[in-house]
Write a protein that binds this ligand. Structure first.
Ligand SMILES: [Zn+2]
Length: 244
């Protein structure tokens, strides 16, 4: 009896340090890709702000969070690289040697759902029909299993903060019809995105929320929300690194 107790404890002791030392944060470079560019800024929010501006601000918060957690090799595809078209980012992404890539975006909706309103004297398009984040992973790129594993870790941490994910990309209409490969976590399969295909390792694209939704735009355009999303990313990266 005493011998069995010893064996169980020995097994526990050998497992704990192994998982703790598995994550060498200083040697775990994370690439934070800023979606779109000043010349092609992506979606336009309900109040006329570009998606690119949202992406720059959130990507900066994510980079700060990861560096504060010890991921010294965290890098962004900065202003110069981000000014290039997505197709031209493939080279820098491949060359980055990143062990994980996160591409930062903010979401829109199909034109059929748009209405107009006047904000500060100007007319803008909006759609309050959809709200929430979503995650997109390729299943034909370098590490499909790793990409899905990271997306699940991040999805769980976004859900834990009480934020809903959106299902509108699965609607069977032109421009959508994406496969929701984890329906309980808002993870879509996207094999068509060059930015995900270029990654040398696991990669996920985060649509942080719907900026054409008037209420969600206000929430997303706050330092508090950006910091909370960045913290969720940091927690997910910690867990992913520990399990890698
Ligand atoms: Zn985008």
């Amino acid at each position: 009896m005493r011998r069995r107790w010893f064996l169980i404890c020995a097994a526990t002791l050998t497992l704990a340090p192994a998982s703790a030392v598995a994550c060498d944060k200083a040697d775990f470079p994370v690439l934070v890709d800023v979606g779109h560019s000043p010349a092609a800024p992506g979606a336009i929010s309900a109040r006329g702000k570009t998606e690119y501006a949202f992406n720059v601000a959130l990507a900066a918060a994510v980079q700060r969070e990861l560096k504060s957690r010890g991921y010294a090799g965290t890098a962004g595809l900065g202003a110069r690289a981000a000014a290039q078209r997505a197709s031209r980012r493939s080279g820098p992404i491949r060359a980055s040697g990143a062990k994980l890539m996160i591409s930062i975006h903010h979401d829109s909706a199909q034109p059929r759902y748009f209405e107009t309103w006047t904000y500060q004297g100007r007319e803008h398009g909006y759609s309050d029909r959809f709200k929430g984040w979503s995650l997109h992973v390729s299943q034909s790129a370098a590490d499909p299993a790793g990409s899905l594993r990271f997306a699940r870790l991040l999805a769980d941490r976004l859900k834990a903060r009480g934020w809903p994910f959106t299902r509108h990309h699965a609607e069977p209409i032109p421009g959508e019809g994406r496969a929701l490969i984890d329906p309980s976590r808002g993870i879509y399969r996207r094999d068509d995105l060059a930015v995900l295909r270029s990654s040398p390792g696991p990669a996920a694209l985060l649509e942080a929320g719907v900026i054409v939704n008037r209420d969600e735009e206000l929430a997303l355009d706050s330092d508090a929300r950006r910091a909370a999303i960045a913290e969720a990313v940091g927690e997910a990266v910690d867990r992913f690194c520990e399990e890698s």
